[in-house]
Write a protein of this length. Structure first.
Ligand code: GLN
Length: 552
């Protein structure tokens, strides 16, 4: 049965963020920035994302299609926008903050098979729309003042319709006092005419109104100043207040966006809509500090990221951002050189010369693996700081097994059968650890070790020094593990297993003490890094790279 609210006014207030004209307008960043601004005014926020695609979650999607898959503490594989939300607000996202059409239909079909609908004909309206409304209204946590809910895609997309309809209904049921619609659009500049055009925005709003939604705020993305007369025109044709037409200009850094949108009056307009106090002070000190550091670095470092999806930097969004945060911690600019591992295995290590640090990120499958292993060899032999993340740790261990421990056939069962499974499926070598051993089988969704797991670090290790702690909790997303049967042979050649799962079974961290900075971690530290709290390993890696840059 639906839990849909009866429309009483009270907490929380809902802000629905939709997009028009084209995709990739930075709706996720706009939502995250608005969340940060409301927070800076002292309000408690929660951000949610509605994705109209049919995958149950983005876990099975290629990073080429949809960018990185962001993992939450509670093990949900979610849209990368949730990463922006976390980085900008510091509020940890949950499974309950991202839903897709696929999940909605799968819930409904499950209920239908159970007979929950008591013989009713199950339909898009009301069953799908009710399911969406239940998701939006589901408990956001105590004392949350604002729930910001972003709809993926662009108004007019067929698959988005049930979402827009559900939000329309909520707008009607809860009323203007509790709901605000913000529409993000584009004002393109036509060079031959020398003009910024408002027509696509007008059409997009017309489309939105044709499905019953009147936007309250228009965030107009543009690459140059929008004239007063254009603002007036948009306000008139789109039926919004002039002050509600907010100019969203391209920013130098994504971390400048909250400051820029505040200067354009976005947060005041939101509060005005809800009849809330707009004069209350806003504390943007931490955003100013970050912006100041980013634009006035004391130096720079060059980091090579050797990966497989390098043509689409969104595939490594959190890694990129965590490196920026590491730069903030050291007051330096981090230049990232993306290196396609397959190319690299052909062209040789030349491309890495001059790099102050090498990072091998997470990855799946055999393609490009040998190139990554070569990158590890280069970093290890040339004393260049090395940071291996998940797959990057697995490749580092295989490299050490082959080249230091002389286990020539060292490999991962991810690439097929091997005589020396340095990395393997837990089911292959770890019997009876039920919680973590759901086999891949034929269902590729949710068969991984996902979400936050604790690890215990060796006192005196480099990682314990970086974390300033021996007990940590980090997020995982992988099927394979480093095989603990090889620990002794690897430790004998200088690879230290400095972090293990609390039961001592699963290797979580390796390091090479006889190297300036060589760390591999089985988890994804990048997911927990924030501009205000750079992850200690990224801060440490960039610091080591800085030292390296001063050597040459
Ligand atoms: N493919 C490896 C595994 O499944 C590594 C995954 C990753 O890097 N996220 O274990």
């Amino acid at each position: 049965m639906s839990k849909v609210s009866t429309g009483k006014v009270g907490k929380p207030r809902y802000i629905f963020i939709t997009g028009g004209v084209v995709s990739s307008l930075g709706k996720g960043l706009a939502s995250a920035s608005l969340g940060a601004l409301l927070q800076a005014r002292g309000y408690k926020v929660r951000l949610r994302k509605l994705d109209p695609y049919l995958n149950v979650d983005p876990g099975t999607m290629s990073p080429y299609q949809h960018g990185e898959c962001y993992v939450t503490d509670d093990g949900a594989e979610t849209d990368l926008d949730l990463g922006h939300y976390e980085r900008f607000t510091g509020v940890s996202a949950h499974q309950s903050d991202n839903i897709t059409t696929g999940r909605i239909y799968s819930n409904i079909i499950e209920k239908e098979r159970r007979g929950d609908y008591l013989g009713a004909t199950v339909q898009v309206i009301p069953h799908v729309t009710n399911e969406i409304k239940d998701f939006v209204l589901s408990d956001a946590g105590e004392d949350v003042d604002f729930v910001l809910c972003e709809v993926g895609g662009t108004v007019g997309d067929i698959e988005g319709l049930p979402f827009f309809e559900a939000l329309r209904q909520l707008g009607q049921e809860l009323g203007r006092e509790q709901v605000l619609f913000m529409h993000v659009t584009l004002l393109p500049y036509i060079a031959t005419a020398g003009e910024v055009k408002t027509k696509p925005t007008q059409h997009s709003v017309k489309e939105l109104r044709s499905i019953g939604i009147q936007p309250d705020i228009l965030l107009c993305r543009a690459d140059r100043e929008i004239s007063k007369s254009d603002i007036r025109k948009i306000a008139l044709f789109c039926n919004v207040r002039e002050s509600a037409v907010i100019q969203g200009l391209d920013a130098r850094s994504i971390y400048d966006v909250p400051l820029a949108y505040h200067a354009e009056g976005l947060d005041s307009e939101v509060l005005r809509h809800f009849g809330m106090e707009t004069r209350k002070r806003i504390n943007l000190r931490r955003w100013r500090a970050i912006s100041e550091t980013l634009h006035n670095p004391d130096g720079e470092v060059n980091i090579a990221v050797v990966g497989k999806y390098t043509v689409l930097p969104d595939a490594y969004k959190s890694i990129t951002e965590a490196l920026v945060h590491g730069g903030i911690a050291n007051k330096v600019k981090v230049n990232i050189k993306w290196i396609e591992s397959e190319e690299f295995s052909k062209s040789g290590s030349e491309v890495l010369s001059g790099m102050d640090g090498v990072l091998v990120p997470g990855g799946f499958g055999e393609r490009g693996a040998e190139g990554k292993i070569q990158a590890v060899t280069y970093a290890r032999e040339n004393n260049v700081p090395y940071f291996g993340i998940c797959f990057g740790m697995q490749m580092a261990v295989i490299e050490a097994a082959r080249n230091l421990a002389q286990i020539e056939a060292a490999g991962s069962t991810e690439f097929g059968p091997t005589d020396e499974p340095i990395v393997g499926l837990m089911t292959e070598w770890l019997k009876g650890n039920e919680k973590q051993t759901r086999d891949a089988g034929t269902d590729l969704g949710g068969t991984m070790r996902l979400g936050a797991y604790p690890a215990v670090l060796d006192k005196g290790s480099l990682v314990a020094k970086m974390y300033n702690s021996t007990h940590i909790e980090e997020r995982h997303r992988h099927r394979y593990e480093v095989n603990n049967a090889y620990i002794d042979r690897l430790e004998a050649v200088g690879v230290k297993f400095s972090g293990m799962s609390p039961d001592g079974i699963l290797p979580e961290i390796i390091e090479i003490p006889d190297h300036p900075w060589f760390i591999g971690v089985q988890y994804h530290p990048e997911l927990k890094s924030r501009p205000f709290a750079p992850h200690p390993l990224f801060a440490g890696f960039v610091a080591a790279a800085l030292k390296q840059s001063r050597l040459v």
